[in-house]
Design a protein. Structure first.
Length: 261
């Protein structure tokens, strides 16, 4: 067994689907462990995976930890095995904490985001020396490349990465909703307003891949036009400062989650 999933929520399923669609691993090379064996069977059946019990984990070369961070301390003793490599997608749980609780230094810490659902995730990676030497980091890099772009970064940047990149879909969803509501206020049908907001964000993302944000803004905002008046209103409401504070608050929360461990 090449990979065992511990937990299989929305993000875990997105990663699994990427693995299967890209042919990175076959269903028979993977297993899944749920809270009970019956739950393992329910999770495994739709994908053709092996349903697992905790005692089956040593059969896996590597284990993907896709559980809630708050559940990890209680689960760790059941999951800990010396000959297994671990890959975590838990927010705020450092490699040091992973290694301590699992009594195993073959650990890779990752942070994907919800865009994995459509194969557009930005995933951060870091690993211990032992995990690098065992090939776990290379395996994780190839695994997460099935659902988007991968960035190996120093661990001290994980909380800012989480606060900015992993949380970004929620921030931008709020922007899209507010933009659509504004359109409705001006008389636009809601369905149309929501579609236009979504299309605007998607198109802007593509444009930004080849332009600096300031360049794009200047291209849209003509002298004395509608856009520059709208930008002035946003600046008056301190939109930039609101994003600074959001990323700072989320970063601090990441630190707090880590310190709790």
């Amino acid at each position: 067994m090449k990979l065992a999933f511990v937990g299989l929520g929305k993000l875990g399923k997105s990663i699994l689907k990427g693995i299967l669609e890209k042919g990175f691993l076959a269903p028979g090379e993977m297993g899944v462990l749920g809270r009970t064996y019956e739950r393992s069977q329910e999770l495994a059946a739709p994908f053709g995976l092996r349903p697992l019990r905790p005692e089956d984990l040593p059969q896996a070369e590597r284990v993907l930890l896709a559980v809630q961070p708050r559940d990890f301390p209680a689960l760790a003793p059941l999951l800990a095995h010396p000959g297994v490599g671990y890959i975590s997608i838990m927010a705020g749980v450092s490699t040091a904490v992973l290694a301590r609780r699992l009594d195993n230094r073959r650990v890779v810490r990752t942070m994907p985001n919800l865009a994995a659902v459509i194969g557009e995730s930005s995933t951060a990676l870091t690993a211990t020396r032992e995990a690098r030497e065992a090939g776990d980091l290379d395996f994780a890099r190839a695994l997460f490349a099935t659902v988007g772009d991968v960035y190996e970064i120093p661990e001290h940047l994980f909380d800012p990465f989480t606060a900015m990149s992993a949380s970004a879909p929620a921030y931008l969803a709020l922007v899209a909703e507010a933009l659509a509501d504004a359109g409705v206020k001006m008389g636009m049908p809601r369905a149309l307003a929501l579609r236009l907001a979504a299309e605007a964000l998607a198109a802007t993302g593509e444009l930004l891949k080849g332009r600096h944000p300031a360049q794009l803004k200047d291209e849209v905002a003509s002298p004395g036009g509608t856009t520059i008046h709208g930008l002035h209103a946003l600046e008056a409401r301190a939109l930039r400062a609101a994003f600074y504070e959001a990323v700072e608050a989320a970063t601090k929360r990441g630190h707090e989650l880590g310190e709790a461990e």
